[in-house]
Structure formats: C-alpha cells, structure tokens
Design a protein around this ligand. Structure first.
Ligand code: ASP
Length: 354
C-alpha cells in the first residue's frame, strides 16, 4: 500500500515537472521571490538634452525627483508592494508640473496635452494602460484602475475617461494642464515649423517623460511610465509609454524596464521586452542586455532615448544615448543617488527620509 502511495506521489511530481516544461510561462508568473536583495527603486525624469535648461530648472527637477522617490521609498521600507511604490512615485512627478507627464505634459499640435501611461506587475504579469487622455490629472492611477477594475489591459480616449468617471475620478478641464513653459514651447515650435515650412517638428532634444521601476522586500518587480508624449505630436498619436513591451515591462523572471525617448523607435524595437527577454533567454547580464539595445541597436537606427532597468537581484542599468537622462536610485540604506542630467554630472546623494 505504502509503495503504491509513493509511486502515485512520484508520478504526480513527474507530471507537474513535465507540465512546467510545456508551459514555461507558468514558471514566470508568481516566480519565487529573490533571496533578500533588499529593496530598490529607480526613477527617471526623461532622456534628452539638459544643456539648454536653466540651472534653476534642473535643480527644481532634481528636488521633485527626490520628493517623488521619498514617497516610493517610504512604501518599500515598510514592506509595501512595488506596484504601490511605482504608482506613488509617478504621481508626485505628474503633479510637479516639471516633467512631460500629468500637469507638465507637452502640448499636441492643437495646443492641449494628451497623456499616456501604463503600469505592470512583474509577479502576476497583470498590467493596466491608458492613452490619449485629455482630462485626467493622474494617468498612472487610471492605468492601475484599468488593471484592477476591468477585464482589459488598455483603455483609450473617451472610453478611458468614461471609465474614470465611473470610478469617481474627476474629469478636469484642460486648463489644469496650462503652464507658461509649455505654452512658450508650443508657440516656439509652431513658429519654427512655419519658418521651415516643414510638416513635422522634431524636438528630440526635449524629453521629460517619467518612469519608475521597483523591487520590493517580497522580491517582486514592477514598472510604470507616464507621459505627455512628444512635442507637437499629432492629436491621437500614441507613443511607447503605454505599450507593454515597448516603453514599459515587468516580469519577475527577467526584469522591469521603463523607457524614455522618441517612442516610435521604442515601439518598432519593442525595447523594454527585448531587454527582459535577452536576460531571460540569452542569460546575459541586465547591464549587457540594456546596453546592447539602447547603445547599439537604437543608436544604429538614430533612435534617441534611454531606459531604467532592474532585476530581482537588485542589479540596475540606466543606459541613455542622449546628452542626459536624470535618474534617482534608492536602496534599503536610504541614500538617494541622483545623476545623469548630463553625461559628466557628478552624482548627488541625499537622504530618503528627510
Ligand atoms: N517616449 C515618449 C513618447 O514617445 C516620449 C519621451 O520619453 O520623452 O511618447
């Protein structure tokens, strides 16, 4: 009897192992937590050229990033989930009016912002995404609600805003997004375009999209990105930020990535997924994967931008092929390191708890 029971158990184990072989995907979902990498959060404030930006403006962005990262750090430090830390950090940046996201979003050719955002949970592969929003103050929060409260992954435009209303989110007037800096940028872009009589305005030197990747104490990864897109984009244009695998991706089995740069290149090259899948299938380091995609493949195509990438062991890679990409990184020791606003910028270290 005992022998039969042992045999049955053995057969069950073999069947389970063979199932896992046939569906390797199931091994990724709910993959085992990392063996105590502590916790890590990395934020970016967009890749681009900070050299023409006034010093006060750069300092204001740095201060806003510190405030944002402190919000995420507080959640991770008390054992909270990486998804909450990603959302909280991005919300502070959306509210700051300093980045191309939320209240600081760039304008479309029609002179109003249209915003995109997405968030992804590396443990479950659940994700939520929104695009072409005109009346939502915190697109990252709506993306989270799409994930949690609908059977879908992505909602766009009016449908997304109707859903927001049903969740008690106020639809704000586009005037909420008015700011002098963006209005001037819009007017300059318009007149430059008229002078050159060119149909498309390229402002690849200007980026301020925000994104966050985080690893929590449970060993779970998450990623999120929020943006107003590119300057003078056509109404209805959607970039890479809300497209899973292009501008945002998270999977405990590989890594979490948030990208910034001219989204068309990130979509065509499925940048975020490419980095994670290189780690997963080619078993290269995170650094190697991120560098090959951003510094080689994108560069070969003149695709400007950068990424923040994080794995379950707490490895971080932040390559960018533009003049700058401001990033802030914090680990369990509570020190926030801000760097990248120019290639030679000396990192600044501040406390996460003050
Ligand atoms: N990737 C964003 C987009 O193309 C823009 C950016 O990162 O600056 O919408």
């Amino acid at each position: 009897m005992k022998a039969i029971r042992s045999l049955t158990l053995l057969l069950a184990v073999i069947a389970a192992v063979r199932m896992a072989d046939r569906f390797p995907f199931s091994a990724a979902v709910g993959a085992a937590p990392a063996p105590s990498a502590g916790f890590v959060l990395v934020a970016h404030g967009g890749a681009g050229d900070y050299s023409n930006m006034k010093t006060e403006q750069v300092e204001m962005r740095r201060a806003a990033m510190v405030k944002a990262v402190q919000a995420g750090y507080a959640i991770l430090a008390r054992g909270g989930p990486s998804m909450d830390a990603v959302e909280a950090t991005i919300r502070v940046m959306e509210d700051s009016r300093l980045f191309d996201a939320g209240r600081g979003s760039y304008y479309t050719r029609e002179g109003v912002p249209e915003m995109d955002a997405s968030i992804m949970d590396g443990r479950t592969l659940n994700a939520g995404s929104v695009a072409s929003l005109k009346h939502i103050a915190n697109p990252i929060h709506l993306a989270r609600l799409v994930m949690e409260k609908t059977p879908h992954v992505m909602l766009v435009g009016e449908g997304a805003e109707e859903f927001a209303k049903s969740q008690g989110i106020e639809l704000v007037s586009p005037y909420l997004f008015f700011n002098e800096r963006e209005w001037q940028r819009y007017k300059n872009a318009k007149s430059a375009e008229e002078k050159n009589k060119s149909a498309g305005f390229s402002a690849s030197e200007e980026h301020g999209t925000v994104g966050v990747v985080a690893l929590d104490q449970g060993g779970n990864l998450a990623a999120g990105t929020s943006t107003g897109g590119t300057v003078m984009k056509m109404p209805g244009r959607v970039g890479d930020s809300p497209i899973l695998g292009a501008g945002t991706y998270a999977n405990n089995a590989s890594c979490a990535v948030s990208g910034t740069g001219t989204g068309e290149f990130f979509m065509r090259n499925i940048v975020a997924a490419d980095i994670c899948e290189r780690v997963r299938y080619l078993h290269v380091t995170l650094d190697q994967a991120a560098n090959e995609v951003v510094m080689k493949e994108l560069v070969e195509q003149h695709g400007d931008g950068g990424v923040i990438a994080l794995d379950q062991k707490g490895n971080v890679a932040t390559p960018f092929n533009t003049n700058g990409m401001m990033t802030a990184t914090v680990r369990a020791d509570g020190k926030i390191t801000i760097q990248g606003w120019s290639k030679n910028a000396k990192p600044i270290i501040v406390s996460a708890t003050k």
